[in-house]
Design a protein around this ligand. Structure first.
Ligand code: NCD
Length: 360
């Protein structure tokens, strides 16, 4: 049995096969309409969602399967104090596969430690969002026909934007990509993303604060909203929320074939007038979410051309340490009995396996 907690749980080959299946589903939806007859997906959403939850539900229904779940922590037993570990042990008896979103970093990994059924991470705190990555990769590949040698600008809240962390991880496995991280200093991309993945790769990167001067070189502009719900200090949010607003004026310097992506929801970081620009691909991107999730569900259930039912090796070197994780939002600091697991990265630095926070 396989889970999808992080984009790297899929190899490059597996990822591309899922994208191929998703492309085929997009062209030949009717071929797939009974593939999951009799199967049930649980959508456990402890945190708000529109696209991710509904596209998972649509995906399972379009495969002929059924869906049950909840859309907020308040309507689940989490509100009575139940742990993720207990919830998942129970739900595993009711369904065949689980998509879960939770406000704490590492919650999906925690669930996977206890689950008898495949867990799909539909977003864990400000950490990872691997199925959005599949959606993003499908959209990029359909636009440019490749996933390598692309210059991609990530703009906005790169600190808390989990979709950015996951997409950078996935794209850093391809040759020749250049990442331009565009953010205010306070919202820069976490160091582990750069040190553990980008620096180890055949890709290059730069960190800048100005969007307009970065614009001319970009093949993809990946906009993000400032993630209000992750700020401890609301004053800081108010100071940073309008850092970047993409307008037709700013786009004058962009390449004709550039694509503008955004995981959505948009707040005000892209003006409505940009929607009419041929380069605006964010609604198409959201639509692709159904196809990749159909391909993923099929594969994790071992019912597609790609069988992900076999266990995958995990080569992380575990380090024994008896300290608390420094990340206050890490699930190990939230749930009783959750022991942090520490692993050694390439550069010898030790980090929490649940949330990737460095120990030193
Ligand atoms: C993103 C998320 O939840 O991380 N939305 C999504 O899943 N499409 C981005 C966001 O909330 O800003």
């Amino acid at each position: 049995m396989r889970h999808l907690i992080d984009p790297l749980y899929l190899s490059v080959e597996e990822t591309e096969q899922i994208l191929n299946i998703a492309d085929d589903i997009c062209e030949n939806m009717e071929k797939y309409s009974n593939k999951c007859d009799g199967k049930i997906l649980a959508t456990l959403f402890f945190e708000p969602s529109t696209r991710t939850r509904l596209s998972f539900e649509s995906a399972m229904m379009r495969l002929g399967g059924k869906v049950l779940g909840f859309s907020s922590a308040s309507s689940s037993s989490a509100s009575k104090g139940e742990t993720v570990a207990d919830t998942i042990r129970v739900i595993g008896n009711y369904v065949d596969i689980v998509a879960m979103r939770h406000p704490n970093d590492g919650a999906a990994y925690r669930a996977s430690q206890y689950s008898k059924k495949p867990i799909i991470n539909a977003g864990d705190g400000g950490h990872q969002h691997p199925t959005q990555t599949l959606t993003d990769l499908m959209t990029i590949r359909r636009r440019h026909g490749r996933l390598d040698n692309i210059t991609i600008g990530f703009c906005g809240d790169l600190k808390y934007g989990r979709t950015v962390h996951s997409l950078v991880k996935a794209l850093s496995r391809y040759k020749g990509n250049h990442f331009v991280f565009i953010s205010p200093k306070e919202l820069e991309v976490p160091r582990y993303v750069i040190d553990e993945y980008v620096k180890k790769s055949d890709c290059t990167y730069e960190e800048v604060t100005d969007l307009s001067s970065a614009m001319p070189e970009l093949d993809i502009l990946y906009m993000t909203r400032v993630q209000r719900e992750r700020f401890a200090d609301i004053e800081q949010y108010n100071r940073l929320k309008d850092s970047y607003i993409l307008s037709p004026e700013l786009l004058k310097e962009a390449k004709k074939e550039m694509a503008i992506l955004h995981p959505l929801p948009r707040v005000n970081e892209i003006t409505l007038s940009v929607d009419d620009d041929e380069r605006a691909k964010y609604f198409e991107q959201a639509g692709n979410g159904v196809f990749v999730r159909m391909a993923l569900i099929l594969s994790l259930l071992g019912m597609g051309n790609l069988d992900l039912n076999a266990e995958k090796d995990n080569h992380d070197e575990v380090v024994k340490l008896d300290v608390k994780c420094k990340n206050r939002n890490c699930i190990t600091n939230m749930e009783d009995g959750t022991k942090p697991v520490y692993v050694k990265g390439e550069n010898g630095r030790v980090r929490c396996k649940f949330c990737d926070e460095y120990v030193d």
